[in-house]
Design a protein around this ligand. Structure first.
Ligand SMILES: [Zn+2]
Length: 415
């Protein structure tokens, strides 16, 4: 069946969402981490109600949940959840002034509020493929917020389409808009029994036809170094400077196992922050690899460097703490590939070629998959995310909606 998507409605909603400043804050201890996210969450609660979704609810922790009741009379159709996050990356201002470039002609797009920010078909990946289509950018000083408001608009578009077309057979669809994906706590407070889904899809991918079912496995490592303090005037033979030890530690880490020197399927050790003084300091790192053995090897490398420093400077106290952040969703997906296979089939039915790459990062689905809800990530029209040059292609967003509709049908068909 061919679905004709209301692209103008998608565009109007998307532009409404990106005007709201919903950037998240890694230093906040509240959930959502910023008050701006509530504005979009409340707006979505209202829009879902207005388009006729059932069981619409905004939880105390900032999750909007809703249901599209089944149209299929079949028993045992798995319950499918669609996810998108409402926050935008903390590094750049939100609250975009969206600019719509209709029937993009292929000329450089100069963003008016900062003419240094330009999109050209030679320097912007995938832009050349969109000549003749409708593009949306920000105005130069902010993010567009397409990550992940294109996903939010796509989910609303798919909900609206299914509710307008009850002749499309599908099981129960659950919707979840969550906060704080960009600060890695997007799913921590989501109660899976409340969500009550069997399989999920995050709408948070870039390339047309993209299906991500493999992510990094990730640990965080924190090294605390305690030195010996004394007045520098009579420190000879007594002082142990924690900062100098931190410097030795960093220079002893293998330079080739770093994000700046690796790509593809290679993992890395990445120091992200050093804080402290001569008496004590803390080095924070992230460890990444696609395989658990590789991740363990990164941990061993760090441990060996610390062990070496303990020998060189026994008067200092080194405390290394490694904690799990997320795991490659492939480990679970391998046991039941249907969520991925159906997504590939849905992408093909939408007239596209499925594209899968191992993503050098995590998604909200990493956390959900490890907790028992298999959750691949799907494209939703965003490009060049986390930059002032972020843009979306409206026709890609419409294709993403179409993919979700085919997916809903597929889970009914194959039940
Ligand atoms: Zn995202």
């Amino acid at each position: 069946m061919h679905h004709s998507i209301d692209a103008e409605d998608l565009l109007e909603r998307f532009c409404r969402y990106v005007r709201l400043d919903t950037r998240s804050d890694p230093h906040s201890s509240t959930c959502p981490s910023t008050p701006g996210q509530w504005d979009l969450l409340r707006l979505l609660e209202n829009e879902l109600t207005a388009i006729g979704a059932s069981e619409v609810r905004l939880t105390a922790d900032g999750y909007v949940l809703a249901t599209i009741p089944a149209t299929s009379a079949r028993a045992g159709v798995p319950r499918v959840a669609w996810f998108a996050h409402v926050d935008t990356a903390p590094e750049l201002p939100g609250g975009a002034m969206p600019i719509v470039h209709r029937k993009y002609a292929g000329k450089p797009i100069v963003l008016p509020d900062d003419p240094g920010q330009q999109l050209t078909v030679d320097t912007t990946p995938h832009l050349r493929e969109k000549i003749g289509q409708d593009i949306v950018t920000a105005s130069g000083t902010t993010l567009l917020g397409a990550d992940d408001k294109s996903g939010v608009a796509v989910v609303i578009g798919a909900v609206r389409h299914l509710l307008l077309h009850p002749e499309i057979p599908h099981g129960v669809i659950r919707v979840c808009f969550n906060p704080d994906e960009e600060v890695a706590s997007g799913m921590t407070r989501l109660k899976l029994d409340e969500l009550a889904a069997d399989v999920g899809y995050t709408l948070d991918g870039e390339e047309l036809g993209e299906i991500d079912c493999e992510t990094f496995s990730a640990d965080a490592a924190v090294l605390e170094i305690r030195g010996v303090s004394i007045h520098p005037g009579w420190a000879k033979g007594v002082m142990v400077n924690a900062l100098r030890l931190a410097g030795s530690f960093l220079s002893a880490l293998p330079a080739e196992v770093s994000p700046e020197r690796t790509a593809g399927r290679d993992g890395f050790i990445h120091p992200v922050e050093v804080a402290g003084n001569a008496d004590r300091c803390t080095v924070r790192m992230i460890l990444r690899d696609f395989e658990l053995a590789g991740l363990a090897a990164k941990r061993t490398t760090v441990e060996q460097v610390v062990a070496g420093l303990r020998i060189v400077e026994p008067r200092a106290v080194f405390t290394l703490t490694v904690s799990e952040q997320y795991r490659n969703m492939r480990y679970w997906m391998e046991e039941d590939m249907r969520p991925v296979e159906f997504a590939r089939e849905a992408v093909r039915r939408a007239g596209l070629a499925p594209v899968s790459t191992a993503i050098r990062g995590g998604t909200d689905g990493s956390n959900l998959t490890a907790r028992g809800l298999p959750c691949p990530n799907l494209f939703c029209g965003m490009h060049e995310v986390h930059s002032q040059r972020e843009w979306v292609c409206l026709q890609d967003m419409a294709k993403s909606v179409e993919t979700l509709l085919h997916l809903a049908e597929l889970w009914h068909e194959r039940a």
